[in-house]
Design a protein around this ligand. Structure first.
Ligand code: ADP
Length: 146
């Protein structure tokens, strides 16, 4: 069985992201959630590490899921964590086009395939940017974050 690397910004990790991990889990030996950060952005490394430890805590009882932070090429990070396939979620046609481009690049430069899981209809309008926007206006975001 394959080990999957689920890369993203996860800023924040939403119920939509969690649903992708949970639904993918029966199909993989392990899933590594990779929180990407940009070394050129100040504070980005610390923020990503904090998000990764939050995700790890959500899966504290399940050693098939671990969360790490990384910078650089996703395929390099995936391989360094023992993953052989990339996992991503798709909510819409625009996600699909974006994911197709990313999957193509990651196959070419890293020789890795990407497996896609479609969002559940009840989660397909949930995005991290929407949650951040709600937070900025002081709205309750608890239904959207696990
Ligand atoms: P990135 O910044 O790399 O696009 P995100 O953290 O926004 O990363 O998303 C990571 C992955 O999760 C992407 O494949 C994205 O399409 C998917 N995703 C985001 N929100 C949802 C959702 N509500 N349901 C299913 N998949 C989602």
């Amino acid at each position: 069985m394959s080990v999957a690397f689920f890369a993203g910004s996860f800023d924040p990790f939403t119920v939509g992201h969690k649903s992708i991990v949970d639904r993918a889990l029966p199909h993989f030996e392990r899933i590594v959630v990779g929180v990407g950060f940009n070394v050129r952005k100040p504070g980005s490394r610390e923020d990503a590490a904090r998000r990764a430890s939050h995700i790890s805590r959500l899966y504290a009882g399940d050693d098939r899921v671990e969360a790490v932070s990384y910078s650089g090429l996703t395929t390099d990070a995936a391989k360094s964590h023992g993953a052989d396939v990339l996992l991503r979620g798709v909510r819409s046609c625009s996600d699909f086009e974006y994911e197709r481009g990313m999957a193509d690049v990651n196959r070419r430069i890293g020789g890795m395939e990407t497996m896609l899981i479609f969002a559940l209809p009840e989660y397909d309008s949930i995005s991290s940017s929407m949650v951040r926007e709600l937070e900025a206006f002081g709205a309750d975001t608890t239904p959207f974050v696990p």
